[in-house]
Design a protein around this ligand. Structure first.
Ligand code: GDP
Ligand code: IMO
Ligand code: MG
Length: 428
C-alpha cells in the first residue's frame, strides 16, 4: 500500500503543517523524516492555533500515529515541552513513536551553532540557532549521539567524552568561550531517558509492517526543496535532505513503496535567513505580502522576506522531487492586487534562463522575467470548489499549473483546516 511524500517546494513555510493536518484523517501514520525544531508548522483547528516544531503534524489527529524518523535530530527538552504543551490542551500524544537511530541535539551543538554564526559575521547563514547544523555535522562525522545511546550510560559517557575533548578545544581556543563539562551534558541527556524509553522503537520495521497491512503512510518534510543540503541554494540551506529522496533515507521506507509526491507551493514566495532570492520585493508589495500573509517565523519570530511566485523554482521542485500533485496555499493573500506577477524565467546578465541556473553566481545575478496577470477583488476564503473562484484567480492557478508542470490538486484559501479547495483527491 502507498507511502506518500509531502515536501515544501520553495524555502519553507509553505503551509506543510496545514496540508498534513488536512490529510490526517485519511492517513494512519505521519512520519517526520528530516530536520528538527528549526521547523515551525502552524495549524488552525476550530479557531485554536497549534505551533508545532518537532512533533509531526499528525499528532493532532487522534486516528493517526506520529513517527519521528531516523533522519530527524531531536532536542529532548523541546520534544517533552511540546508534548506537555499539547497534553495540557487536551491532545493525546501517547501514540508517538521515536526512532532509536535518530540523533540527539546536545548543549554543545546549540552553543556551537550560535557562536559559529557570530564568528561568520556578514557571511552568516542566518540559522535558527537550534544546533541543527552542528548535530548533522557530528552525524556525518560519526561522532553523534543517538537516541539509543541514552539507554547505555557507559557508551553515552564514552561518546560525550570523545565529543567534548574536541569541541572544548574549539570552544575555548577558537571562540574564546568557556568549556562545557561532561557532567552537564550527561545530566541534560539522562534526565529524559526514562520518559523517552517507552516511545522508542524500530520505526522502519513498524512502518514496513504498516504498509504491508495496507495502511496509508505520509512522509512529511521539514524545510523545503531550496533548503535541501544537496539541491538547495547551498550554502544558504539547512543541513538535512528535505526533498523527496530524503524521505526514504530519513524513514527507512524503500523508494519502491512511494506512490505519490505532494509538494506545497505558496501562491507567492518567502524566505527566512540569508541567501539569494530572485523575486524578493523591497517595496510596498513586499510589505503587503508580509502583513496580509502574516509572514513572521513560527520558530524565531523573524519577519520573512517576501516576493512573487517563481515558477522556475516550481519547475525545479517538480523535477527534483518527482512531484505528482501540488497544493497551492495562501491564494487568498493575493486578493486585492491590480495585477499579479508570475516569474516565468530569469535574465542572467542578458541571457534568458528557463531552468534553475547551474552556477550559484548566475542564480545570485538572476533578475525575474514576469508575466502580469489580472488580479481579483472578491473575498475567496469561502470558496470550496474551483468553479467558485473568480475567473482571474482561476486563470492564475491554471497558468501556474502550466508553468510548473504538475497538476494543482488543492488550493488553500485561508489558514483554517476547512479553508481549502480540493480539486483532485490527494489520496486514492
Ligand atoms: P510550514 O512550515 O510549511 O508548515 O508553514 P508555516 O506554518 O510555517 O507557515 C504557513 C502559515 O500560513 C501558517 O501560519 C498557516 O496557518 C498559514 N496558512 C496555511 N495555508 C494557508 C492559506 O491557504 N491561507 C492563509 N491565509 N494562510 C494559510
Ligand atoms: P519549515 O519546516 C523556513 C532556514 C533558516 C536558515 C537556514 C539554516 O517551517 O518550513 P538551520 O537552523 O536549519 O541550520 O538554518 O534554513 N530554515 C527555515 N526557513 N522554514 C523552515 O522550516 C526552516 N528551517 C530552517 O532560516 O536560513
Ligand atoms: Mg514553518
Amino acid at each position: 500500500m502507498p507511502a506518500i511524500v509531502l515536501v515544501g517546494a520553495q524555502w519553507g513555510d509553505e503551509g506543510k503543517g496545514k496540508a498534513t493536518d488536512l490529510m490526517g484523517s485519511s492517513v494512519d501514520y505521519v512520519v517526520k523524516f528530516n530536520g528538527g525544531n528549526n521547523a515551525g508548522h502552524t495549524v488552525v483547528i476550530d479557531g485554536e492555533k497549534y505551533a508545532l516544531h518537532l512533533l509531526p503534524s499528525g499528532i493532532l489527529t487522534p486516528t493517526c500515529t506520529p513517527v519521528i524518523g531516523n533522519g530527524v535530530v531531536i532536542d529532548l527538552e523541546v520534544l517533552f515541552r511540546e508534548i506537555d504543551g499539547l497534553e495540557e490542551r487536551g491532545i493525546d500524544t501517547s501514540r508517538l513513536l521515536v526512532s532509536a537511530n535518530a540523533h540527539v541535539i546536545t548543549l554543545y551543538n546549540r552553543v556551537l551553532d550560535k557562536v559559529t554564526e557570530r564568528f561568520l559575521g556578514s557571511r552568516k547563514i542566518g540559522t535558527t540557532g537550534r544546533g541543527i547544523g552542528p548535530t548533522y555535522a557530528d552525524k556525518m562525522n560519526r561522532t553523534g549521539i543517538r537516541v539509543q545511546d541514552l539507554f547505555d550510560e557507559h557508551i553515552l559517557l564514552q561518546k560525550v567524552e570523545a565529543a567534548l575533548a574536541f569541541k572544548n578545544q574549539v570552544l575555548t581556543k577558537i571562540y574564546n568561550r568557556r568549556a562545557i563539562t561532561v557532567d552537564e551534558v550527561m545530566a541534560e541527556l539522562l534526565q529524559y531517558a526514562d520518559r523517552l524509553r517507552p516511545l522508542v522503537s524500530s520505526t522502519s520495521e513498524v512502518l514496513e509492517a504498516a504498509l504491508d497491512a495496507g495502511s496509508n503512510v505520509l512522509l512529511e518534510a521539514g524545510q523545503a526543496t531550496l533548503l535541501d543540503v544537496d539541491h538547495g541554494t547551498y550554502p544558504y540551506v539547512t543541513s538535512s535532505s528535505a526533498t523527496a529522496g530524503g524521505a526514504c533515507t530519513g524513514s527507512g521506507i524503500p523508494p519502491t513503496r512511494v506512490t505519490r509526491v505532494i509538494a506545497i507551493l505558496k501562491a507567492y514566495t518567502t524566505r527566512v535567513g540569508e541567501g539569494p532570492f530572485p523575486t524578493e520585493l523591497f517595496d510596498d508589495h513586499g510589505e503587503f505580502l508580509r502583513k496580509t500573509g502574516a509572514e513572521y517565523g513560527t520558530t524565531t519570530g523573524r519577519p520573512r522576506r517576501c516576493g512573487w511566485m517563481d515558477t522556475v523554482i516550481g519547475r525545479y521542485a517538480t523535477r527534483i522531487n518527482g512531484v505528482t500533485d501540488f497544493v497551492i496555499t495562501k491564494l487568498d493573500v493575493l486578493t486585492g492586487l491590480e495585477t499579479v506577477p508570475i516569474c516565468v524565467a530569469y535574465d542572467v546578465d542578458g541571457v534568458r534562463h528557463d531552468e534553475m541556473p547551474v552556477n550559484q553566481s548566475e542564480f545570485h545575478h538572476a533578475t525575474p522575467i514576469y508575466e502580469e496577470l489580472d488580479g481579483w477583488w472578491e473575498d475567496i476564503t469561502g470558496c470550496r470548489s474551483f468553479d467558485e473562484l473568480p475567473a482571474n484567480a482561476q486563470a492564475y492557478v491554471l497558468r501556474v499549473e502550466e508553468l510548473i508542470g504538475a497538476r494543482v490538486s488543492a488550493i488553500g484559501v485561508g489558514p483554517a483546516r476547512t479553508e481549502i479547495i480540493e480539486r483532485f483527491p490527494l489520496l486514492d
